[in-house]
Design a protein around this ligand. Structure first.
Ligand SMILES: [Zn+2]
Length: 265
């Protein structure tokens, strides 16, 4: 057993006993960590109020060598996640960042750049930025850093350049855009507008902030939200808890803009 220090984001808190909780943390140094916080449920306990969903903390914990839970020994609050008053969209977006980190990463698999991206996204949400594009950027960066970035320039299947067109087929199973040849006979295809393809290319570029200058019309956001919901569901193999809270269309009772085409389309 060794004692370790880390910067951590609180992803999940589950009651363990009258006084203790099991906390899921995403640390910059060690990746995702699940630890027992003894006394974590007591208001004047050893962690004071640091164990708050999405709070950024400095922690000390004892790493267990086996599959046993690590033991949290100290947590000092650095920053709470407090979105602007009344902004449910920013709150849901924060919860979704936590869900992405919890579900897409493995225990003890460090991704310091992903930690930094999450920290940046939460800061922007806290500062009142439009949650839609902030999440899109975080999702594309997370997919890139975890090796799941869809092919956005060349055909995901054969590698040929995908010709520019008003609408381009995106294969959920193939993992990206498809050329006209490879599109034939494929299922699980989403038809994307050229605006969404361009937006995704900018969002996926780690060395550019050009995505921030896009107009981000509602139609583009709705279409991209629909695609990412489907792509991530396909990738993860199950539905995401927060997706239904993110759709712009749901709030107005309409369906997402992108539609899944069947083989007959
Ligand atoms: Zn192809």
């Amino acid at each position: 057993m060794s004692s370790e220090k880390a910067s951590a984001l609180v992803l999940r808190l589950v009651d363990f006993s009258e006084t203790s909780s099991v906390v899921t943390l995403f640390t910059r140094e060690f990746g995702k960590v699940q630890a027992l916080a003894k006394g974590g449920r007591r208001p004047k306990g050893p962690f004071e109020s640091a164990l708050d969903l999405l709070a950024l903390c400095r922690i000390l914990f004892l790493r267990k060598s086996s599959d046993a839970l690590d033991l949290l020994t100290e947590a000092k609050l650095e920053r709470r996640f407090r979105p602007p008053a009344g902004s449910l969209a920013a709150l849901y977006a924060g919860y979704y960042v936590a869900e992405l980190l919890a579900k897409l990463t493995e225990n003890n698999d460090p991704h310091p750049e992903l930690f930094d991206e999450a920290d940046r996204a939460l800061l922007a949400l806290r500062a009142g930025a439009d949650p839609g594009p902030i999440l899109f950027r975080f999702e594309l960066m997370a997919l890139r850093l975890l090796g799941h970035l869809p092919s956005l320039d060349d055909c995901a299947e054969c590698g040929a350049a995908v010709p520019t067109a008003p609408r381009v087929p995106f294969g959920l199973t193939a993992g990206g855009l498809l050329c006209p040849n490879c599109r034939v006979g494929k299922k699980q295809i989403v038809s994307l507008s050229s605006d969404v393809v361009l937006a995704m290319r900018l969002l996926a570029d780690p060395n550019s902030n050009a995505w921030q200058s896009l107009p981000w019309q509602r139609a583009v956001q709705g279409e991209l939200r629909g695609l990412l919901n489907r792509f991530l569901t396909h990738l993860h193999g199950q539905l995401w808890e927060m997706h239904r809270y993110l759709s712009l269309e749901d709030a107005r009772g309409r369906k997402p803009a992108s539609k899944v085409l069947t083989q007959q389309d």
